[in-house]
Write a protein that binds this ligand. Structure first.
Ligand SMILES: CC(C)(COP(=O)(O)OP(=O)(O)OC[C@H]1O[C@@H](n2cnc3c(N)ncnc32)[C@H](O)[C@@H]1OP(=O)(O)O)[C@@H](O)C(=O)NCCC(=O)NCCS
Length: 373
């Protein structure tokens, strides 16, 4: 058995950002048009008027101030309210591949590695733009990597589940190094006409190079001390989009073919599960929680992260102990906890311990305990 390390991380941030005020202005313009169009029916009590959204609510309820997106114009057009990402020919790289390659190149560079040093690519994300050929194989080809590649999806926990798969392959000697890439265009499955959730998501891509310890020489290596995963079925975060939709015409275009959630229930049910899993994992590794200097948590909701950290530490976490990136990035699904890691680990001293943890639909929870080399 070999030891596995994270020897480099990478981040691709899309070129456009949307503030809460901009998003709410577009939403409220849509509401105004909708209510004017249906004024008679609303007046007669046959229809309900739509309520406006509020930037103050969004920041208070979630901690989100803005989000990066692959297309701003389409999302903010009250007549459209979804990104416009034109189809590409089969000879061009797909948009997910392009984002993934950007993040992957940075991870390789930080690890001081060339594509020839890597034996496998895992694209681990919530939404894959086609069933086949795998995006991972396209990324593999674009980077010039020999070996094998596959896609996997465990919603917001895709990256940590991917890191476990990569660590296993490295530990068993099946690969010297594995790239785990998480390109997320969450705005593609977000219902921008739904007041309860229109503010939740943003787009980004991350990459993590998992490498055999004895070969790695990246400057900021993080030893993987252990990984622990948990899933438990829940309908509280769900998306029914899929290849059988065309066989059930009655459901086509319905709201359940986009992201839907029971946010309150998710909050209540997932926080204790995450705190318990992390505590259990640390106990198994005989790491006292007080020795953990950093928690890179999934980035969905600020209060959720504060609550999880408090459950673990028995006190409020200091800002640097549980870094927040959702204020600028919003929820980027599987990329979120890795963005927090990417932007907040180089200052840690050798020997410092950290926990990377994701949580989301499934439910799915992932925990990776890391030690700065
Ligand atoms: C989504 C989330 C931010 C909503 O916050 P919340 O405090 O639970 O808010 P609720 O949905 O209960 O709504 C509270 C009130 O605000 C109102 N509201 C909802 N959206 C609003 C908006 N955009 N603008 C203004 N008011 C809004 C609701 O109508 C409700 O009003 P009421 O009390 O008069 O009924 C929060 O539940 C959350 O983040 N949950 C965890 C979700 C998560 O992590 N999901 C993982 C996804 S992968």
């Amino acid at each position: 058995m070999h030891n596995a390390v994270i020897s480099g991380t990478g981040l691709y941030t899309p070129p456009h950002s949307i503030s809460n005020d901009e998003l709410v202005a577009a939403f409220n313009a849509y509401v105004g048009q909708y209510n004017a169009e249906h004024a008679a029916a609303i007046e007669a009590g046959q229809m309900q008027a739509l309520a406006e959204s509020s930037a103050a609510f969004i920041e208070k309820a979630s901690g989100i101030q803005s989000r990066y997106v692959m297309d701003k114009t389409g999302i903010l057009d009250p007549a459209r309210m979804k990104p416009r990402l034109p189809e590409r020919s089969n000879d061009e790289p797909s948009i997910l591949c392009e984002m993934a390659v950007n993040a992957a190149r940075q991870a390789l560079q930080r690890a001081g590695r060339e594509p020839g040093d890597v034996d496998a690519v895992i694209v681990a994300c919530s939404n894959l733009q086609r069933p086949y050929p795998a995006i991972a194989i396209e990324v593999q080809q674009a980077l010039g990597i020999q070996g094998f590649a596959f896609d996997m999806n465990v919603a917001c926990s895709s990256a940590t589940f991917g890191i476990q798969a990569a660590a296993n392959a490295v530990q068993l000697g099946q690969a010297r190094a594995v790239l785990v890439v998480s390109p997320e265009i969450c705005t593609g499955h977000l219902n921008f006409r739904d007041r309860d959730s229109h503010f939740i998501f943003g787009d980004a891509a991350t990459a993590v190079l998992v490498e055999r310890d004895s070969l790695a020489h990246g400057e900021h290596r993080l030893e993987i001390l252990g990984t622990k995963l948990l899933t438990q079925f829940s309908n509280n975060i769900r998306n029914n989009f899929g290849f059988l939709n065309r066989a059930a015409e009655e459901g086509e275009g319905q709201p359940d073919k986009l992201f839907v959630q029971e946010g309150r229930k998710v909050f209540r049910e997932v926080c204790p599960m995450v705190a318990d899993l992390i505590a259990q994992h640390l106990a198994e590794l005989q790491v006292p929680v007080e020795q953990v200097q950093r928690f890179w948590l999934h980035q969905a909701n600020l209060s959720m992260n504060q609550l999880i950290a408090k459950k673990l530490l028995g006190r409020d976490a200091e800002p640097q102990e549980a870094p927040v990136i959702l204020d600028r990035y919003a929820n980027t699904s599987s990329a979120g906890s890795v963005i927090a890691l990417h932007l907040n680990h180089e200052d840690l001293p050798a020997g410092a311990l950290g926990v990377l943890s994701s949580f989301g639909a499934g439910y799915s929870i992932g925990c990776v305990v890391l030690r700065k080399a």
